[in-house]
Structures are given as structure tokens and as C-alpha cells.
Design a protein around this ligand. Structure first.
Ligand code: PEP
Ligand code: MG
Length: 575
């Protein structure tokens, strides 16, 4: 029987293929008593599995392709750390002895203890790391059960037609994926900020997370359609749906090819208004994709990703090398580097602050101002890199003039530090602020003069305006960029900054949503920054748009009080 399921889209496109269920070892654990004279043997069996998995992870570490995100190595290190910790490497052995039970059961008992401890942790990011513990335990269980390493691949149809259906996938599994060419993968768990989602995007195959019951409802070899753009799967589709999706898949591929031709075309509207389309990146390696898609610059480099999943902070030289690499590879095009937006869901080891509500707590610039030494290291690294191209500094989550004043003092101090060391930097480096808090949007006039440019972070602006936790999938249906409060705030910021004669960009997910391109152009936005994969589609929409036609309609949309009417107006605007 055919049915559909919905999850969170991670990577767009359409895949049609047969399900391959990734086994969930935990469910298969049996409990049995081991006779006293065999306990030592059972302990030795556990130790052997431990050694096998350790060797396996170490071997994987040597196989990381140079193009893989730097995080892959960090994930593997984290898994090795978990494996070697005495809570996993020794405690199960004690359980085998004291309970006289089999190694698998001892491991499962100990894992449950650890997971309970993780559940007590208030910090969301750290709590999420319990999935890493599960991944490591599953690897050990598979080895104990005689299924080491990663999945057998069914012969029929080749792996290009396989859709992996998993409860969750560990980063180590994803590294192994790089040696294969699966059509797609879908998982039951994982939010948009999970490790799985982060690494999944780099694979560039349609994928969906948070399907909740896919593993339970889908059978091995069942035919599936995955719509990675909508976050929807069709299980056992009827011939009509199949024909329709084969057509859509073909069209999607043709469309991708066609879009590539726009790479070097200037983004101008039909009435010759120039639009600046830039890209967002998380790691220096992402620049390749930025260049492939012909971005006019980098509008947002989320530098906090350099700080995650590691035990020590990146020092000034390491950061300098990373920033300089990006600036050099962009070859004179502007590179907007945001100072680290740590805190909330992106905590680092060593600088953790317990907070009852991390999204409203010490994050972004607030954290930087309480950690001046760490902040100064980053500012000096950025300034040093500014000598090698066009670098701009962007401050996340500004709220008040006093925060900006303090930041500018630290930037001046960082410059002084470099002068003392006779290190060159761009003396005219521009400093901008992100508008992500409704209060900052409404109080813009109190600090706009202090900044060289502004950028609207709609992901957070929506979160804080609508009081919706952006990483909580239980309220994701309420996360609405078209809410009148959001639209009015965005329009107000663009208008106010344009009036003040300063550059204004938008770098949240709204910038890459082609349904909103005309609306934002109508608000007066001329600079968009988005995931590089979205850029050519947005460019195509710009090329087809006439500002003269858009402007009168957009004014009415801001006054619309009925959401259905507003959506109808948006549809009209986009036709
Ligand atoms: C935003 O909030 O819109 C933004 C671009 O920043 P981030 O998604 O990194 O919070
Ligand atoms: Mg933000």
C-alpha cells in the first residue's frame, strides 16, 4: 500500500530507488547468563571487540579525503574519545563479572546508564552528543554480533539506486558513504543542527531527517521516492506517482544543468537594477562551491564552526590561515567574516556557561564581550587576513549601542596589537552588525551611525520575533517567515538602512528562498547571501523580475491582515 511520510528536508533533489534498512543493533541485544568458568572468556570477547572498533575508527581517520569538511576528523576523534573513556571501555567488563551476563547485554546496560546521565544535561548541544555515544555502542554491538564494519550492499540494481533508511547515521558512516554512490538517505532522528544534517549537506544527495517512523514502516527493498526539497517520501508509489516523479527528476536534472549556464551572468532585473548575490559558508573548504556557483562574494562566514568538536580553541595562527585561505581564494571579491556566534546550540569545550535558556543567554557578541582574550585572538587573526583581500568584519546579534562601542574598542585594541608586531592589515576594514533581535531592528537609529554595513539574520530574527525555538522540530510548523510581524520588521530594517545610505544585506535562509526573492527586492533589498547551492536559482528569478512591477504590489502585502490573502498575493507576485 502506498503512503507518504514527512520529515525535515536536508538536501534537495529527487531520488527514486529501493530501500536498504540500516540495521539497528541495539534492538537485537539478547540477555543470557554466562557460566562462571566462561566469564573471563566473555570479558576477553568484549576487549577484542573494543580493539577491533578502535582499529576500525583509526583506519577510517587515515582515509578521510582531503575534500572532506574538517569536522569529519573531529567527529572521529570524538568517537575514539568516547570509546576509550573508562565508562565504555571498562565499566561493561565489570558488569560482565558482577552480573555474569553476556558482553552485549553489559554494554547495553552501561549505555542506558550513560544515556540517562546525558538526559539530565540542560545544555541542548551537549545533550545531543548522546547520539555519538549510541553510534559508538552500536559499532561495538555490531562487532560483538559478528557484523563488523558497515553494511553489506545488496547486489540488485547497484548502489546508485539504493536509498538508505536509518534510525540515525554516525559521521563515521557518512565518511564511508563518500566511497559509495547511494541515491539518497533518510533517517528517523536528527534535527537541522544535528551532526548528521551538517555532514549530510556535503554529500549533495537528496536527504531527509526526522521522519520518526521510517525505520519501522518501510520494508527492505521497498520502492521509495524521496523528495529532498519538500522533505517528503512516498513509500511503494503507484505507477502514476512513479511516472510523475520520474518526469520531475528528469526536469530537476535538466534545470540544474540549465542553471549552471547562469554562473557568469550578471544578476540584474529586467529594468536593469543590479543585485548582489553572495554566499554563506561554514568552513574554508566551502569556497569551492561558492566559486562554482559564481557568487559575487561571501556574505557570511560562520566562523564558529572552526571552534566546534575539538578540545582546544583554534589559536591566532590557525584562524589567520583559515581566513586568509578564504580571502585569497575569493581573489579580491568581498569576504564577510562573522565573529564567532558560539553559545546557544553551538557550545565549545571549555567555555560553557550553564544557562536555563541558551538561545536567550550568553551567545554571539554577548559571549565575545565576556571572553575578551578569546575575542581579541579572533579579531587579530581577521585583521591579519584583511591584508590579503577584501575582508569585512561582521558582529552577530548586536542589540545595543554599548555593545557596539565595546566591540569597536576591542577592534582598535587588536589593531594596536598588530601594529606593535609590525604586522600589516587593512586600515579601512569595514565593521558591520547583524540584525537578528527585534529590539535591534526597532532601535536601529540609535546605533546605525557606528557601523559601516548591516546584515539581517532572519533565522534568528524570526526565532526571537515569534518566540519559536528554531532547533525544536515540534514547533517548526509555527516558524513562519511570512508572519506580518516578521515581514514588517524586515521591510523596516531595509528601508531605514537604505535611507541612512549604508549597505544592507540579508543572510538568513529567507535569502535563498526563491519564493521570497521578489518580495525582498520590493522591500528594497539589493544584497542577498545564501547557501551556494541556492544561488543560481535566485539569480534566475532576479533576471526574470521587473522592479517597476513588483514595487506597488509589495506595499499592499505589508498591510495584508489575512495570511491566506497574503499567500495569494505572494503567488501573484511570483507569476
Ligand atoms: C541568521 O540568524 O539568520 C543567520 C544567518 O545566522 P545563523 O543562522 O548562523 O544564526
Ligand atoms: Mg543568527
Amino acid at each position: 500500500m502506498s503512503f507518504t511520510m514527512h520529515g525535515i528536508p536536508v538536501s534537495g533533489g529527487i531520488a527514486i530507488g529501493h530501500a536498504h534498512l540500516v540495521s539497528h543493533a541495539r534492538l537485537e541485544v539478547a540477555h543470557y547468563i554466562v557460566p562462571q568458568h566462561q566469564v573471563a572468556e566473555e570479558s576477553a570477547r568484549f576487549d577484542a571487540a573494543l580493539n577491533t572498533v578502535r582499529a576500525e575508527l583509526e583506519e577510517l581517520r587515515t582515509q578521510i579525503p582531503p575534500s572532506a569538511p574538517r569536522e569529519f576528523e573531529a567527529f572521529l576523534n570524538l568517537h575514539l574519545m568516547i570509546l576509550n573513556d573508562s565508562t565504555l571501555s571498562q565499566a561493561p567488563r565489570q558488569i560482565i563479572v558482577s552480573e555474569q551476563c553476556n558482553a552485549e547485554w553489559a554494554l547495553k546496560v552501561q549505555m542506558d546508564v550513560l544515556l540517562d546521565q546525558f538526559d539530565q544535561i540542560e545544555d541542548g548541544y551537549l545533550r545531543d552528543r548522546k547520539t555519538d555515544v549510541i553510534h559508538v555502542v552500536e559499532r561495538l554491538l555490531k562487532t560483538l554480533l559478528g557484523q563488523p564494519g558497515y553494511m553489506p550492499v545488496p547486489a540488485m540494481g547497484g548502489e546508485q539506486s539504493l536509498i538508505l533508511v536509518a534510525r540515525d547515521l554516525s559521521p563515521a558512516d557518512v565518511i564511508q558513504f563518500r566511497q559509495h554512490q547511494f541515491a539518497s538517505f533518510i533517517t528517523d532522528l536528527g534535527g537541522t543542527t544535528s551532526h548528521t544534517a551538517i555532514v549530510a549537506r556535503s554529500l549533495n544527495i537528496p536527504s531527509i531527517v526526522a521522519l520518526h517512523h521510517a525505520r519501522q514502516l518501510i520494508r527492505e527493498h521497498e520502492l521509495l521516492i524521496v523528495d529532498g526539497t519538500l522533505g517528503m517520501i512516498i513509500v511503494d508509489p503507484d505507477p502514476q506517482a512513479l511516472a510523475e516523479y520520474r518526469l520531475r527528476q528528469h526536469q530537476w536534472e535538466l534545470e540544474r544543468q540549465k542553471l549552471k549556464r547562469l554562473r557568469d551572468t550578471r544578476a540584474t532585473t529586467l529594468d536593469q537594477i543590479e543585485v548582489d548575490l553572495q554566499a554563506n559558508i561554514e568552513l574554508p573548504e566551502d569556497v569551492e562551491q561558492v566559486r562554482e556557483n559564481g557568487a559575487a562574494g561571501i556574505g557570511l562566514f560562520r566562523t564558529e564552526f572552526l571552534f566546534l568538536n575539538r578540545d582546544s580553541l583554534p589559536d591566532e595562527d590557525e584562524q589567520f590561515e583559515a581566513y586568509r585561505k578564504v580571502v585569497r581564494e575569493m581573489d579580491g571579491l568581498p569576504v564577510t567574516i562573522r565573529t564567532y556566534d558560539l553559545g546557544a546550540d553551538k557550545q565549545i569545550n571549555g567555555v560553557e556557561h550553564a544557562s536555563t535558556n541558551p538561545a536567550l543567554g550568553l551567545r554571539a557578541i554577548r559571549l565575545s564581550l565576556t571572553e575578551p582574550q578569546m575575542f581579541l585572538v579572533q579579531l587579530r587573526a581577521m585583521l591579519r587576513a584583511s591584508h590579503y583581500g577584501k575582508l569585512k568584519i561582521l558582529i552577530p546579534m548586536v542589540m545595543s549601542v554599548s555593545e557596539i562601542n565595546q566591540t569597536l574598542i576591542y577592534i582598535a585594541q587588536a589593531k594596536q596589537g598588530l601594529e606593535g608586531r609590525y604586522i600589516p592589515y587593512d586600515r579601512n576594514v569595514e565593521v558591520g552588525g547583524m540584525i537578528e533581535i527585534p529590539a535591534a531592528a526597532l532601535a536601529l537609529n540609535t546605533f546605525i551611525k557606528k557601523l559601516d554595513f548591516l546584515s539581517i539574520g532572519t533565522n534568528d530574527l524570526i526565532q526571537y520575533t515569534l518566540a519559536i525555538d528554531r532547533s525544536d522540530d515540534t514547533v517548526s510548523h509555527l516558524y513562519d517567515p511570512l508572519h506580518p510581524a516578521v515581514l514588517n520588521l524586515v521591510a523596516y530594517v531595509i528601508k531605514t538602512v537604505n535611507k541612512a545610505g549604508k549597505p544592507i544585506a540579508l543572510c538568513g535562509e529567507m535569502a535563498g528562498d526563491v519564493q521570497l526573492t521578489r518580495l525582498l527586492l520590493g522591500f528594497g533589498l539589493r544584497q542577498f547571501s545564501m547557501h551556494p547551492a541556492r544561488l543560481l536559482e535566485v539569480k534566475q528569478q532576479v533576471l526574470k523580475s521587473s522592479l517597476r512591477e513588483i514595487a506597488p504590489q509589495v506595499g499592499k502585502m505589508l498591510r495584508a491582515d489575512d495570511p491566506d490573502k497574503l499567500r495569494a498575493m505572494l503567488d501573484r507576485l511570483n507569476t
